[in-house]
Design a protein around this ligand. Structure first.
Ligand SMILES: NC(=O)c1ccc[n+]([C@@H]2O[C@H](COP(=O)([O-])OP(=O)(O)OC[C@H]3O[C@@H](n4cnc5c(N)ncnc54)[C@H](O)[C@@H]3O)[C@@H](O)[C@H]2O)c1
Length: 670
């Protein structure tokens, strides 16, 4: 065992380094301790044989806090004031993942150090807290900044302002820790470290999603609550009134109210009368146990519906079940639901190689490879087995559902149930006709939106043009980082080119191959994605696509892509952020207007709900069609006409509906 200092030891357990803090009685952060922890982490990280690092406390506790006696000496200058915050930054910057193993009381500076790790595991009796207020202080080493990133702002406020500790299960539930370790903590922490060693990990200070979750209205609410501190009741009420009025007038509030009612509106289908008989779904079956089949089976099981899952080989079936089990186990570990729930859900999924029991299914969802001939052969088989009232559904993203249905003797029972990946998580379900299916969507806790049968339905038909514009912009001189950055700033959950990398450049290429015969000769097509495919740059899975990815799937720009884009031979020019956003988002709006006109979507709000729940469109903008209304249809049209002049009518002819609305001063949402 190597000694980094008297106070901190470094040892090795296979590929896992263990840093042990030994400053009895409570491992306080006396001078020398933080420095030695950082030195030990750095030494371990520099060791090629180390894959991950565990930090733990010897004796009865992890770090119980700062050394309170030293505060006075620091204030008087007797001891140099160490900058604990900088030391924690150093730990957090470790190139290898750091797992903090907590037991006893991880308080104050102890929790601040723990939050500098990339993961935290905790003993069942462990407690964490920021009790500084109890001695008239506040956390002073970024605890007020890291805690809200892990636990969310409300919980962090409560913990920092009241100083009360929380126990292990509450810490897990709020995301402060990642797992409770029953039994030996060191052993459990080392096993956990092995598990995560090769996975991507993040610095706590870069985890901003819980902060964003609060939104402008959440911030206003907190400001209003804080206005009660040190002011009269009347002054507080006056400030609340002012903030309320601001919120009421905000586009964000209008957009969110639109989305709130929109989810109810999409369930109303005018040509399906209220008294239409729908079938109750008691048993389901899924064909295929791949990415989608497994997720769909989970969605059924989560809703309490027993589901059969059929594959062609034992190997594929085992792989599918292993993924399902892994997903459920991860949820149990994160404290989302108990082990019993996992067991109950798993018991509802029956993996099998044959069609046993399919004759009793009320709905069968096909999720085999995206290939017309294969899907037709599956539906021909199903036609011979399924009971007459069974809904036969396909999860195809792009194929013609009428053609798939044509091989059955009951095409009226065939419909599209377009789940989004991951199917057990994503809220959107595009339903290509059918009342029972809309009801089913509700039971699966999805927002079901009705779509007409056309290439790509609502969502993918529009996204195709959005992604096409992103590529055109690249060919015209914008960089990958500029394009994705502009759309992320606009509020999209991911940039369009990062989306292509995630979905797989090879998957996109295969879909284009199927659609090639429908392309009009002489019309500009984006070429970069095909070049990337030819170079074997399939996106995240090969670590190279539009972006480069490191072992942790962190993207960085690749100058080679700019060169590939230049070689396409389109004239290059500097392109501003506004143009990037307008070209991509107005492409969505223009196609959305066509989809409305053709009756593929029932209402503009249906399109918005698809985009808010399936494509990461920012809720505060209300969806693409609502956004068009807030910009002004005439302004959107004017820009599209300009794009038409620049890029030609084949790419940018304004949808007739857009023109009509602009002329009449109308809106998509009247
Ligand atoms: N991946 C997505 O993001 C996504 C999203 C929406 C829809 N879809 C659609 O879902 C369908 C499935 O896609 P995926 O990503 O799950 O593919 P996948 O390759 O992960 O899974 C397909 C599975 O089907 C199995 N299979 C093939 N023929 C079979 C048969 N005759 N009987 C039983 N099993 C069979 C394969 O062994 C494989 O495990 C495709 O139509 C796809 O377009 C995919």
């Amino acid at each position: 065992m190597a000694l980094v200092s008297e106070l901190v030891r470094l040892s090795h357990h296979g590929g896992i380094a263990v840093v042990t803090i030994d400053n009895p009685p409570v491992n306080a952060l006396s001078s020398g301790v933080p420095e030695a922890i950082l030195a030990a982490v750095r030494e371990a990280a520099a060791d090629a044989s180390v894959q991950a690092i565990v930090v733990r406390g010897a004796g009865t506790t992890f770090i119980a806090g700062a050394d309170i006696r030293e505060f006075g000496k620091m204030a008087s200058g007797e001891l140099p004031s160490i900058n604990l915050a900088d030391i924690i930054l150093g730990i957090e910057d470790s190139p290898k993942p750091v797992v903090m193993a907590l037991h006893g009381t991880t308080f104050g500076g102890g929790l601040e150090v723990a939050m500098g790790g990339h993961y935290r595991v905790i003993a069942p009796s462990g407690q964490v807290g920021q009790p500084e207020v109890k001695i008239g202080l506040i956390p002073g080493a970024a605890g007020t900044q890291r805690l809200p990133r892990l636990a969310g702002i409300p919980k962090a406020l409560e913990m920092c302002a009241l100083g009360e500790p929380v126990g292990a299960s509450e810490a897990l539930q709020h995301g402060i820790t990642d797992r409770i370790i029953e039994g030996d903590l060191l052993e459990g922490a080392v096993a956990f470290a092995r598990e995560i060693a090769s996975k991507p990990f993040r610095k706590t200070r870069e985890r901003n999603e819980k902060l964003w979750k609060v939104g402008a209205a959440g911030n206003a609410a907190m400001t209003a609550v804080l206005a009660s501190v040190g002011a009269t009741f009347e002054a507080g009420v006056a400030q609340e009134r002012e903030l309320f009025d601001q919120c009421l007038r905000s586009t964000e509030s209008k957009a969110l109210i639109h989305a709130f009612f929109g989810e109810r509106t999409v369930a109303k289908i005018p040509d399906i009368p209220k008294d239409t008989r729908t079938f109750t779904i008691q048993r389901a079956a899924v064909i295929g146990a791949g990415t989608m089949g497994g997720g769909i089976a989970m969605a059924f099981a989560n809703a309490g519906i027993p589901v059969l899952m059929k594959e062609t080989s034992q190997e594929a079936l085992d792989r599918g079940m292993a993924t399902i089990r892994g997903n459920y186990a991860a949820s149990v570990m994160k404290g989302r639901f108990p082990q019993e729930t996992m067991d109950r859900r798993l018991a509802l999924i029956t993996p099998q190689l044959g069609y046993n029991g399919f004759e009793e299914a009320d709905v069968i969802v096909e999720a085999v490879f995206e290939n017309m001939a294969l899907k037709k052969s599956v539906f021909a088989e199903l036609d011979g087995i399924a009971k007459p009232s069974c809904i036969l559904a396909t999860n195809t993203s792009t194929l013609d559902i009428d053609e798939i249905a044509s091989v059955t003797k009951r095409p009226e029972m065939v419909l599209g149930l377009h789940f989004f990946s991951p199917a057990n998580v994503m809220r959107l379900l595009e339903v290509v006709r059918g009342a029972t299916a809309i009801g089913l969507g509700k039971r699966l806790k999805k927002v079901a939106v009705l779509a007409g049968n056309c290439e790509g339905f609502i969502g993918n038909r529009m996204v195709h043009l959005y992604l096409r514009e992103a590529q055109f912009l690249l060919e015209e001189g914008a960089s990958v980082a500029e394009i994705d950055g502009a759309l992320v700033d606009f509020g999209m959950a991911m940039g369009p080119l990062a989306v292509c990398d995630l979905a797989g450049i090879d998957v996109g290429w295969r879909i284009r191959q199927e659609a090639r015969h429908r392309e009009k000769p002489g019309v500009r097509q984006p070429l970069v994605a095909d070049r990337l495919y030819e170079l074997g740059r399939y996106g995240q899975k090969t670590r190279r696509g539009f972006w480069l990815y490191d072992a942790n799937r962190r993207p960085s720009p690749d100058p080679e892509v700019a060169e590939i884009a230049r070689q396409v031979g389109v004239e290059q020019r500097p392109i501003g952020r506004d143009e990037i956003v307008e070209r991509c988002v107005y492409a969505l709006i223009n196609e959305g207007a066509r989809i409305l006109e053709e009756g593929i979507a029932l209402r503009a709000v249906d399109i918005d709900i698809v985009y808010l729940n399936g494509y990461g469109f920012p809720a505060r903008r209300g969806g693409p069609m609502f956004y068009a209304d807030t910009i002004g249809i005439d302004r959107v049209l004017a820009r599209i006409e300009e794009f038409n002049r620049q890029h030609g009518p084949e790419l940018w002819s304004p949808a007739p509906m857009l023109r009509r609305l602009a002329e009449s001063g109308g809106k998509f949402h009247a």
